[in-house]
Design a protein around this ligand. Structure first.
Ligand code: ATP
Length: 362
């Protein structure tokens, strides 16, 4: 614990992944190192581990067991995006690397903020967090022991099932209300209980039950279809939005784009004792290796990881470093520097260097 007077020394795993991963992950490491150094705290020890296409080629596994074992010994890790759709069979049909890691460590909360920085946002003033349940719902790969909740009774009929459990609803609802208690004290529950009455109805009802333990937090709820309309019309009014897996996946892309660009949408996957920083976007193979990627989502995801660790270890220096990472990104945008997806001309490396310089001037 940092409070004992001896600073906690952190070891973080680094998984570059595929596509633009080897560009944006080192950018995030650079910014984290810069911010931590600026606070005077001991440097982070980074442990690079194989994953994705390189791991298939070198070790014959997309998510090597040795990587999972090494991650278990770290304080947390950065996961670059993977391009599993391009893997050769049988790897393409397997549960993808992020699904495997989330399942292995039961990272049940996918925390996805959407915050508009100055400039290009479609919905100015957006500052919300989507708390997405990450382990069940209607996503086939996370539902069952064998990693598939889909089957085909005949070649012309495909069936997918969804699973919602009280336990999973309770723990994600608690995360949402705890987070809202530290923010603007409002939770919006998103479901489709008029049609999916049993499954998403259970989700809504459990969230409403948990709300009773948080009398200071305002709560409302919307059907997923209505919620898309409300988000587009009045995104700035939402604080924490809690929802099941698939709805959360879709809503967070919408919210991320409203706030600026998919390239700036961060996320954290967390349980009670583990956390993984992961940009909300994919591996962007169309721009990989060209120094065109926007590293902001990965930088802000890493800042979320530092904040999570700082809160857990009551480590003020790490909390300050997380704040500096976000402030450095904001200051860089304010100077008019951005990557091509946001209308600018900076490359991934130049943008990261500009953020590092901004942190030095904070
Ligand atoms: P996945 O299924 O892995 O999410 P996808 O192809 O559906 O992959 P992305 O890889 O996120 O989605 O790419 C969608 C579009 O957004 C692409 O045109 C890509 O170039 C762009 N994009 C995604 N991330 C970034 C980024 N960090 N910087 C710049 N452009 C990006």
């Amino acid at each position: 614990m940092a409070t004992s007077g001896i600073p906690h020394r952190y070891t973080l795993g680094v998984l570059h992944g595929d596509g633009i991963g080897p560009e944006i992950v080192p950018a995030a490491v650079l910014i984290a190192d810069t911010a931590v150094a600026a606070t005077g705290a001991p440097p982070i020890t980074w442990e690079e581990l194989p994953l994705g296409r390189r791991a298939i080629e070198e070790l014959g596994e997309a998510t090597p067991k040795a990587t999972l074992a090494a991650l278990a010994e770290t304080d947390g890790w950065l996961l670059g995006p993977h391009d599993s759709a391009s893997y050769p069979e049988p790897f393409r049909s397997e549960l993808n690397p992020s699904g495997t890691i989330r399942k292995h460590f039961d990272l049940y909360a996918n925390v996805r903020p959407a915050k508009a920085f100055s400039g290009d946002a479609i919905a100015h003033g957006t500052d919300l967090v989507i708390m997405r349940e990450n382990t069940e719902g209607f996503y086939a790969d996370r539902n069952t022991h064998l990693g598939t909740g889909e089957f085909m009774p005949t070649p012309d009929v495909a069936v997918a099932m969804g699973i919602i459990t009280r336990t999973a609803c309770e723990r994600i609802a608690r995360e949402a209300f705890e987070l809202a208690s530290r923010r603007r004290k409002k939770v919006t529950v998103v479901h489709k209980a008029n049609v999916l009455k049993l499954t998403t109805g259970l989700f809504r009802d459990v969230c409403r039950d948990i709300a009773r333990h948080y009398p200071d937090v305002e709560v409302d709820d919307f059907h997923i279809d209505a919620m898309t309309v409300h988000l587009v019309r009045r995104a700035r009014e939402f604080d924490v939005v809690v929802t099941e897996n698939m709805f959360g996946d879709i809503l967070s892309d919408l919210a991320g784009e409203l706030a600026g660009s998919l390239g700036i949408a961060p996320s954290l996957n967390a349980s009670q004792d583990r956390a993984m920083a992961q940009a909300a976007h994919g591996s962007a193979p169309d721009i990989a290796g060209q120094d065109l990627a926007n590293p902001v989502a990965m930088i802000l995801s890493t800042a979320m990881l530092l904040e999570w660790l700082g809160t857990r270890h009551q480590d003020e220096a790490l909390l300050r470093a997380a704040g500096m990472m976000e402030a450095g990104v904001a200051a860089t945008f304010e100077q008019g520097t951005s990557t091509r997806d946001m209308g600018g001309s900076a490359g991934c490396r130049a943008f990261a260097d500009a953020v590092a310089t901004s942190i030095g001037l904070l």
